[in-house]
Design a binder for this molecule. Structure first.
Ligand SMILES: Cc1cc2nc3c(=O)[nH]c(=O)nc-3n(C[C@H](O)[C@H](O)[C@H](O)COP(=O)(O)OP(=O)(O)OC[C@H]3O[C@@H](n4cnc5c(N)ncnc54)[C@H](O)[C@@H]3O)c2cc1C
Length: 414
């Protein structure tokens, strides 16, 4: 029986391994950590489910749709659209921006609530129609400028970009300039307007576990210190093992990416929100604030908090904190609490911190001209997969895994 070693049990390594197993190949996965899932990780803290970074699955991702059973994962969805908050003299003002195509009544109210001019709302409708038109590969075949340049070209006002697109996409791309390729913006916008943003019942780590369970624990070797000796030999915890093919399912240059994120998780007696939306900070860019967005995962998925409690998750783009000269947990927490109090008032005094996470090298760097195409890139002369070969998302990781699987299979057949 032919054998393949996969180094790395993130979502890409697991997907590639599963396809190889289904093709009758003896596949063994070696992971240096004590858990599978790589960046998709969930901690259990005092009855709360604490994901590493605010992390959602998109039901519209075509590969994810094939690979995951969202029903089995007990996935539940956020409301489409978002709430934008801005600090005013006396108290904060909240605007609900509904998706008029999926929530027509609320969408109509959005048109009347005064947050965006009718021109900007029309442009959003055009944008939505444009990114949804034609095959998905279209979003990767047009221009490749920065997201901000593309939005400006499409006629959005600078204030609409700063107050809506910036908090939304800086919190997704984990960078503070919207320098990410416009292709990624078109892709994410299309996915968000075609499907739901969901959380699995058992936390985000349930997604890689779903794959690991199908693969079988006997094929997954955790806490493995591996070193490649030559094309077909791996030293595993000091012992040599031979394979027909070795696949590297991780980004060897991950540390070169500067995309980092702070995530604060609070235990709250009750949810500060009355709807299942994500809250975007409309002041983050214009007033040099810290928080990009806030979500209450337990409103969507009650399993994220014990009975009678709420989990409030705050996302701060690392570069935004850096710009304000903040790098210590305590400083970040104090500044975030000031912003949260401006929005939600004295109820914030009753919140207690469950975790402050600083996730470094969170996503691969994909600026303009970085070659984001409809197919994952391939490493010449070796086998590699992971989101860095496509784009920083679950979908990117899965696509690269499937493409690498095909290459491994043809190499074994030759
Ligand atoms: C904070 C945050 C929020 C995110 N939010 C979203 C989101 O909402 N939606 C979305 O689609 N995507 C999101 N992503 C991106 C998504 O998590 C990643 O694209 C995806 O998990 C990448 O999977 P991967 O298998 O390519 O890499 P990884 O998850 O990094 O897996 C690589 C694995 O290889 C292991 N490894 C590395 N070197 C070795 C070695 N020498 N020996 C053995 N093992 C090794 C690592 O320990 C790791 O387990 C987010 C990422 C972060 C960090």
């Amino acid at each position: 029986m032919q054998s393949v070693a996969i180094i790395g049990a993130g979502i890409a390594g697991l997907r590639c391994a599963l396809l190889l197993k289904e093709s009758g190949i003896n596949v063994q996965v070696f992971e240096r950590e004590s858990h599978v899932g790589g960046r998709m990780l969930t901690d259990h803290v005092d009855g709360f489910l604490i994901d590493h970074g605010f992390h959602v699955m998109q039901t519209a991702y075509p590969t994810s749709q094939r690979v995951f059973d969202f029903k089995l994962l007990g996935a539940k969805a956020f409301e489409p659209g978002a709430i934008v908050v801005k600090k005013k003299e006396q108290k904060a003002k909240f605007w609900r921006l509904a998706d008029p195509f999926r929530r027509p009544v609320q969408g109509l109210l959005t048109g009347l609530n005064g947050f965006a001019s009718p021109f900007n709302l029309l442009r959003i409708a055009f944008l939505r129609a444009k990114v949804r038109r034609g095959p998905l590969s279209n979003v990767f075949s047009e221009g490749d400028e920065s997201s901000e340049a593309w939005l400006l070209k499409r006629g959005f006002s600078q204030s609409m970009i700063d107050e809506f697109f910036h908090p939304l996409f800086s919190g997704i791309f984990l960078e503070n300039e919207l320098r990410t390729s416009e292709r990624m913006l078109r892709f994410v916008f299309r996915m968000m307007s075609s499907g739901d943003m969901v959380l699995p019942k058992e936390g985000i780590s349930a997604a890689p576990r779903f794959l690991a369970d199908q693969l079988g624990s006997e094929r997954i070797h955790l806490n493995s210190n591996v070193k490649q000796i030559d094309d077909s030999t791996l030293s595993v915890n000091g012992q040599n093992q031979n394979f027909d093919v070795i696949v590297h399912a991780y980004n060897p240059h991950r540390k070169e990416s500067n995309r980092h994120v702070w995530t604060l998780h609070f235990d709250a007696p009750q949810s500060p929100l009355s709807s299942k939306h994500i809250v975007l900070n409309g002041d983050v860019k214009t007033k040099s604030q810290l928080i990009a967005h806030v979500a209450v995962p337990s409103d969507i998925q009650p399993s994220y908090a014990p009975d009678g409690r709420s989990l409030v998750t705050v996302t701060i783009v690392g570069e935004a904190a850096q710009k304000l000269g903040l790098s210590k947990k305590e400083e970040i927490q104090n500044k975030a609490l000031l912003e949260l109090t401006d929005w939600f008032g004295t109820q914030v005094d009753d919140w207690s911190i469950l975790a402050i996470q600083h996730i470094e090298h969170a996503l691969p760097e994909f600026g303009p001209q970085s070659g984001l195409s409809k197919e994952p890139t391939m490493k010449e002369g070796g086998f590699e997969c992971g989101d860095h070969m496509m784009h920083g998302s679950v979908e990117g990781a899965l696509l690269s895994a499937e493409s690498t699987f095909q290459r491994v299979l043809s190499s074994l057949q030759n």
